[in-house]
Design a protein around this ligand. Structure first.
Ligand code: FPP
Length: 247
Protein backbone atom coordinates (compact mmCIF):
# COMPACT_ATOMS: atom_id res chain seq x y z
CA UNK A 1 0.00 0.00 0.00
CA UNK A 2 1.18 3.55 -0.70
CA UNK A 3 1.33 6.11 2.09
CA UNK A 4 -1.83 7.79 0.73
CA UNK A 5 -3.72 4.50 0.80
CA UNK A 6 -2.58 3.85 4.36
CA UNK A 7 -3.67 7.35 5.34
CA UNK A 8 -7.10 6.81 3.77
CA UNK A 9 -7.52 3.62 5.81
CA UNK A 10 -6.45 5.37 9.01
CA UNK A 11 -9.13 8.02 8.40
CA UNK A 12 -11.79 5.38 7.72
CA UNK A 13 -10.97 3.73 11.05
CA UNK A 14 -11.66 6.97 12.88
CA UNK A 15 -9.77 7.71 16.09
CA UNK A 16 -6.03 8.20 15.72
CA UNK A 17 -3.59 8.08 18.64
CA UNK A 18 -3.22 11.49 20.27
CA UNK A 19 0.45 11.01 20.98
CA UNK A 20 3.08 8.93 19.18
CA UNK A 21 6.62 8.64 20.58
CA UNK A 22 9.59 7.39 18.59
CA UNK A 23 12.97 6.00 19.65
CA UNK A 24 14.97 6.85 16.54
CA UNK A 25 17.55 4.09 16.41
CA UNK A 26 19.92 2.62 13.84
CA UNK A 27 21.72 5.63 12.38
CA UNK A 28 25.10 4.09 13.16
CA UNK A 29 24.24 0.73 11.56
CA UNK A 30 22.81 2.48 8.51
CA UNK A 31 26.14 4.31 8.06
CA UNK A 32 28.24 1.20 8.72
CA UNK A 33 26.35 -0.77 6.06
CA UNK A 34 27.41 1.91 3.59
CA UNK A 35 30.99 2.28 4.92
CA UNK A 36 30.18 5.88 5.85
CA UNK A 37 31.09 7.79 9.03
CA UNK A 38 28.45 7.58 11.78
CA UNK A 39 27.80 11.32 11.52
CA UNK A 40 26.42 10.76 8.01
CA UNK A 41 23.95 8.27 9.45
CA UNK A 42 22.71 10.99 11.80
CA UNK A 43 22.56 13.50 8.95
CA UNK A 44 20.38 11.15 6.94
CA UNK A 45 18.30 10.60 10.07
CA UNK A 46 17.36 14.27 9.91
CA UNK A 47 15.35 13.60 6.73
CA UNK A 48 13.39 10.96 8.61
CA UNK A 49 12.63 13.51 11.33
CA UNK A 50 11.01 15.67 8.65
CA UNK A 51 9.04 12.64 7.38
CA UNK A 52 7.81 11.89 10.91
CA UNK A 53 6.76 15.51 11.54
CA UNK A 54 4.95 15.90 8.20
CA UNK A 55 3.32 12.48 8.54
CA UNK A 56 2.10 13.35 12.04
CA UNK A 57 0.43 16.49 10.72
CA UNK A 58 -1.21 14.54 7.89
CA UNK A 59 -2.46 11.85 10.28
CA UNK A 60 -3.82 14.46 12.71
CA UNK A 61 -1.73 13.62 15.79
CA UNK A 62 -1.62 16.09 18.68
CA UNK A 63 1.85 15.21 19.95
CA UNK A 64 4.94 13.62 18.40
CA UNK A 65 7.82 12.83 20.78
CA UNK A 66 11.27 12.13 19.37
CA UNK A 67 14.16 10.74 21.40
CA UNK A 68 17.09 12.51 19.75
CA UNK A 69 19.86 12.44 22.36
CA UNK A 70 19.99 10.60 25.68
CA UNK A 71 21.96 11.47 28.78
CA UNK A 72 24.03 8.36 28.11
CA UNK A 73 24.83 9.68 24.62
CA UNK A 74 27.11 12.32 26.24
CA UNK A 75 29.55 9.42 26.73
CA UNK A 76 29.97 8.87 22.98
CA UNK A 77 33.21 10.06 21.35
CA UNK A 78 33.44 13.84 21.39
CA UNK A 79 33.44 14.00 17.57
CA UNK A 80 30.07 12.26 17.44
CA UNK A 81 28.60 14.40 20.22
CA UNK A 82 29.79 17.53 18.40
CA UNK A 83 28.32 16.29 15.12
CA UNK A 84 24.95 15.57 16.77
CA UNK A 85 24.86 18.97 18.46
CA UNK A 86 25.63 20.81 15.25
CA UNK A 87 22.99 18.77 13.42
CA UNK A 88 20.51 19.81 16.05
CA UNK A 89 21.38 23.47 15.54
CA UNK A 90 21.21 23.01 11.78
CA UNK A 91 17.83 21.25 12.00
CA UNK A 92 16.37 23.99 14.15
CA UNK A 93 17.69 26.82 11.98
CA UNK A 94 16.75 25.17 8.70
CA UNK A 95 13.30 23.95 9.69
CA UNK A 96 12.15 26.84 11.86
CA UNK A 97 10.24 28.70 9.14
CA UNK A 98 8.59 25.49 7.90
CA UNK A 99 7.63 24.45 11.44
CA UNK A 100 6.04 27.85 12.03
CA UNK A 101 4.22 27.71 8.66
CA UNK A 102 2.87 24.26 9.55
CA UNK A 103 1.61 25.36 12.98
CA UNK A 104 4.05 23.14 14.88
CA UNK A 105 4.93 23.93 18.48
CA UNK A 106 8.38 22.67 19.47
CA UNK A 107 9.10 21.73 23.05
CA UNK A 108 12.67 20.65 23.80
CA UNK A 109 12.86 18.36 26.83
CA UNK A 110 15.88 17.33 28.89
CA UNK A 111 18.82 18.71 30.85
CA UNK A 112 19.35 21.69 28.57
CA UNK A 113 21.99 23.21 30.86
CA UNK A 114 24.46 20.72 29.40
CA UNK A 115 24.01 22.00 25.83
CA UNK A 116 26.63 24.25 24.23
CA UNK A 117 25.65 27.94 24.32
CA UNK A 118 24.97 27.88 20.55
CA UNK A 119 22.76 24.78 20.74
CA UNK A 120 20.97 26.21 23.77
CA UNK A 121 20.31 29.46 21.94
CA UNK A 122 18.95 27.56 18.93
CA UNK A 123 16.53 25.44 20.98
CA UNK A 124 15.37 28.40 23.09
CA UNK A 125 14.80 30.34 19.86
CA UNK A 126 12.64 27.68 18.23
CA UNK A 127 10.64 27.11 21.43
CA UNK A 128 9.90 30.86 21.69
CA UNK A 129 9.10 31.22 18.00
CA UNK A 130 6.64 28.33 17.99
CA UNK A 131 5.15 28.66 21.49
CA UNK A 132 1.73 29.76 20.26
CA UNK A 133 1.26 27.11 17.56
CA UNK A 134 -1.28 24.39 18.22
CA UNK A 135 -1.63 22.07 15.22
CA UNK A 136 1.03 19.59 16.37
CA UNK A 137 3.39 19.63 19.34
CA UNK A 138 6.79 18.10 18.64
CA UNK A 139 8.60 17.15 21.83
CA UNK A 140 12.30 16.80 21.11
CA UNK A 141 14.09 14.88 23.87
CA UNK A 142 17.69 16.04 24.10
CA UNK A 143 20.12 15.30 26.94
CA UNK A 144 17.20 13.38 28.42
CA UNK A 145 17.03 10.38 30.74
CA UNK A 146 13.82 9.17 32.36
CA UNK A 147 15.39 8.21 35.69
CA UNK A 148 16.92 11.67 35.98
CA UNK A 149 13.51 13.18 35.15
CA UNK A 150 11.93 11.15 37.97
CA UNK A 151 14.67 12.09 40.45
CA UNK A 152 14.23 15.76 39.50
CA UNK A 153 10.48 15.50 40.17
CA UNK A 154 11.11 13.86 43.55
CA UNK A 155 13.62 16.56 44.49
CA UNK A 156 11.15 19.32 43.61
CA UNK A 157 8.38 17.72 45.63
CA UNK A 158 10.74 17.27 48.59
CA UNK A 159 11.82 20.92 48.37
CA UNK A 160 8.17 22.04 48.43
CA UNK A 161 7.55 19.82 51.46
CA UNK A 162 10.56 21.24 53.30
CA UNK A 163 9.43 24.79 52.45
CA UNK A 164 6.07 23.94 53.93
CA UNK A 165 4.05 24.58 50.74
CA UNK A 166 3.26 20.89 50.20
CA UNK A 167 1.97 18.27 52.66
CA UNK A 168 3.63 14.89 51.86
CA UNK A 169 0.19 13.30 52.30
CA UNK A 170 -0.96 15.27 49.23
CA UNK A 171 1.70 13.74 46.95
CA UNK A 172 -0.32 11.64 44.52
CA UNK A 173 0.12 10.66 40.87
CA UNK A 174 -1.19 14.00 39.63
CA UNK A 175 1.20 15.92 41.88
CA UNK A 176 4.09 13.80 40.68
CA UNK A 177 3.12 14.14 37.03
CA UNK A 178 3.02 17.90 37.38
CA UNK A 179 6.75 17.91 38.11
CA UNK A 180 7.76 15.91 35.04
CA UNK A 181 9.19 17.73 32.02
CA UNK A 182 6.19 16.53 30.01
CA UNK A 183 3.64 18.22 32.28
CA UNK A 184 0.56 19.12 30.27
CA UNK A 185 1.10 16.56 27.53
CA UNK A 186 -1.00 13.37 27.27
CA UNK A 187 0.88 10.08 27.78
CA UNK A 188 2.02 8.41 24.53
CA UNK A 189 -0.54 6.02 23.05
CA UNK A 190 2.00 4.39 20.77
CA UNK A 191 5.79 3.98 20.96
CA UNK A 192 7.67 3.14 17.79
CA UNK A 193 11.26 1.93 18.00
CA UNK A 194 13.26 1.47 14.82
CA UNK A 195 16.16 -0.91 14.13
CA UNK A 196 14.59 -3.88 15.90
CA UNK A 197 15.98 -3.35 19.43
CA UNK A 198 13.47 -4.42 22.05
CA UNK A 199 14.26 -1.93 24.81
CA UNK A 200 12.85 1.24 26.39
CA UNK A 201 16.37 2.68 26.94
CA UNK A 202 15.46 5.03 29.80
CA UNK A 203 12.84 6.89 27.74
CA UNK A 204 9.69 8.30 29.42
CA UNK A 205 9.51 5.55 32.04
CA UNK A 206 6.54 7.09 33.82
CA UNK A 207 4.64 8.18 30.73
CA UNK A 208 4.93 4.87 28.85
CA UNK A 209 3.16 2.80 31.54
CA UNK A 210 0.24 1.80 29.27
CA UNK A 211 1.67 2.68 25.87
CA UNK A 212 1.39 0.21 22.99
CA UNK A 213 4.79 -0.84 21.63
CA UNK A 214 5.60 -1.15 17.94
CA UNK A 215 9.10 -2.30 17.03
CA UNK A 216 10.18 -2.34 13.40
CA UNK A 217 13.42 -3.52 11.77
CA UNK A 218 13.74 -0.35 9.62
CA UNK A 219 16.88 1.67 10.42
CA UNK A 220 16.01 5.28 11.30
CA UNK A 221 17.50 6.92 8.16
CA UNK A 222 15.21 4.67 6.06
CA UNK A 223 12.09 5.60 8.05
CA UNK A 224 9.34 7.36 6.07
CA UNK A 225 5.81 8.54 6.79
CA UNK A 226 4.67 5.22 5.30
CA UNK A 227 6.21 3.45 8.33
CA UNK A 228 4.43 5.89 10.64
CA UNK A 229 1.09 5.32 8.93
CA UNK A 230 1.54 1.52 8.99
CA UNK A 231 2.23 1.71 12.74
CA UNK A 232 -0.86 3.86 13.36
CA UNK A 233 -3.02 1.50 11.30
CA UNK A 234 -1.78 -1.49 13.26
CA UNK A 235 -2.35 0.41 16.53
CA UNK A 236 -5.97 1.07 15.53
CA UNK A 237 -6.60 -2.69 15.46
CA UNK A 238 -5.40 -3.20 19.05
CA UNK A 239 -7.55 -3.34 22.13
CA UNK A 240 -6.31 -1.23 25.03
CA UNK A 241 -7.53 -2.35 28.42
CA UNK A 242 -5.35 -0.33 30.83
CA UNK A 243 -5.24 -3.32 33.17
CA UNK A 244 -9.01 -3.79 33.17
CA UNK A 245 -11.20 -6.39 31.44
CA UNK A 246 -13.25 -5.66 28.34
CA UNK A 247 -16.88 -4.71 29.00
C1 FPP B 1 20.39 6.41 17.32
O1 FPP B 1 21.22 5.78 16.37
C2 FPP B 1 20.21 7.81 17.02
C3 FPP B 1 20.76 8.83 17.74
C4 FPP B 1 21.60 8.62 18.92
C5 FPP B 1 20.56 10.23 17.35
C6 FPP B 1 19.26 10.61 16.70
C7 FPP B 1 19.49 11.81 15.88
C8 FPP B 1 18.90 12.08 14.70
C9 FPP B 1 17.82 11.25 14.14
C10 FPP B 1 19.31 13.24 13.85
C11 FPP B 1 19.19 14.55 14.45
C12 FPP B 1 17.85 14.82 14.98
C13 FPP B 1 17.35 16.03 15.07
C14 FPP B 1 16.02 16.25 15.69
C15 FPP B 1 18.08 17.17 14.58
P1 FPP B 1 22.56 5.09 16.87
O2 FPP B 1 23.67 6.04 16.61
O3 FPP B 1 22.41 4.63 18.26
O4 FPP B 1 22.62 3.88 15.85
P2 FPP B 1 23.25 2.44 16.08
O5 FPP B 1 22.49 1.85 17.24
O6 FPP B 1 22.97 1.75 14.79
O7 FPP B 1 24.69 2.66 16.34
Amino acid sequence: MTSDELLARIRLNGAVPRHVAIIMDGNGRWARERHLPRALGHRNGMKSVREAVEGSIQAGLEVLSLFAFSQENWQRPVTEVTALMSLLEEYVEREKAELIANGVRVRVIGDLDRLSPAARQAVDGVMDATAHNDRLTVQLFISYGARAELVRAARRLAAAAVEGTLDPADIDEDAFRAHLYTNGSPDPDLLIRTSGEQRISNFMLWQLAYTELHIIPVLWPDFTRRDLFAAILEYQSRERRFGKVTA
